[in-house]
Design a protein around this ligand. Structure first.
Ligand SMILES: NC(=O)c1ccc[n+]([C@@H]2O[C@H](COP(=O)([O-])OP(=O)(O)OC[C@H]3O[C@@H](n4cnc5c(N)ncnc54)[C@H](O)[C@@H]3O)[C@@H](O)[C@H]2O)c1
Length: 276
């Protein structure tokens, strides 16, 4: 990809080895970027400790990326906290002098239950991480990009759930639709500064989060996991679910100079399953 060498990229929610964030940063490191891995780092009251990127796993992601020869640091950051988000970009600018690319990848998709049973606390957690977190990070990153007068890229990891409804995921679907709205609005306001803002909308990817969704939905439908996955492959025109590398490739493209004239888009990476 053109124009990525030495660019400084921050990706939130990237502290899990099997997650989309780590795959995105591996690809960006391979493209010559300098890399900031950030994740929640500590357990949260409503999330299982194995559902979040803790500090040890985040350190492992940093070590993996350094092994590729890239400059890389790790910074714990809860994207719901404005002070933590400010600190993330302060530390980034102290380490690398600037921020060129923000990938808003942090997300909570584990809270699956029928709409009538969702508590206000759970609803707010999902909206706070998936939507407000992206807003806070974009605001802080854009302020630094505007000051540096070098343009920039913001890529929001939305979902197929940003285009279509899914049962038992009301807060998630609402947050991802909202993220596309934020993408479009920010794209208009930041264009004059040479900052493009786009979203990527993957369909199913079997990450830690994806595996939990498969287990939940197969049980809900009375199917074995194998039957559920076979039905998924059957309805996807390209015949397979997505991989982390598929999403990473789309992010690298949107972050590159090759996508300089693309902004405000919500790009499906879904093997043809989602077409609008
Ligand atoms: N896996 C899929 O099928 C799929 C499909 C479409 C979109 N997505 C989106 O891709 C992104 C990454 O998902 P994934 O599948 O890699 O799952 P994942 O659980 O591995 O990644 C989500 C990350 O967000 C982090 N996070 C949660 N709360 C946070 C907070 N308050 N502050 C900072 N980080 C926080 C978690 O610690 C975790 O590392 C999410 O936004 C998800 O909605 C995933």
């Amino acid at each position: 990809m053109n124009g990525l060498r030495d660019k400084v990229v921050v990706c939130t929610g990237a502290g899990r080895r099997s997650g989309l964030g780590a795959a995105i940063l591996h690809r960006m490191a391979a493209e010559g970027c300098r890399v900031v891995v950030t994740d929640l780092g500590q357990p949260d009251a409503l999330l299982n400790s194995d559902d979040i990127g803790g500090v040890d796993e985040m350190d492992a992601v940093v070590a993996d990326i350094k092994e590729l020869g890239a400059e890389c640091i790790g910074v714990a950051c809860d994207v719901r906290r404005q002070d933590a988000v400010r600190n993330l970009f302060d530390v980034t600018c102290d380490a690398f002098g600037r921020v060129d690319i923000l990938v808003n990848n942090a997300g909570v998709g584990y809270l699956m239950r029928g709409f009538q049973d969702v508590s206000l606390e759970e609803w707010q957690l999902v909206l706070d991480v998936n939507l407000t977190g992206a807003f806070l990070c974009a605001q802080e990153a854009a302020a630094r990009m505007i000051k540096a007068e070098q343009g920039g890229r913001i890529v929001n990891i939305a979902s197929q759930a940003a285009k279509s409804g899914f049962p038992h995921l009301a807060a998630y679907v609402a947050s991802k639709h909202g993220l596309v709205g934020l993408t479009r609005s920010n794209a208009i306001e930041l264009a004059e500064h040479g900052i493009t803002v786009n979203a990527v909308c993957p369909n199913h990817v079997t990450t830690g989060l994806g595996a939990k969704q498969n287990a939940y939905y197969s049980k809900l439908r009375g199917q074995t996991l194998e039957e559920f996955m076979a039905a998924m492959r059957d309805r996807i025109p390209l015949g397979r679910p997505g991989t982390p590398a598929d999403t990473a490739a789309a992010v690298a493209f949107l972050a590159s100079d090759d996508a300089a004239y693309i902004t405000g888009e919500a790009l499906n990476v879904s093997g043809g399953e989602e077409m609008h």
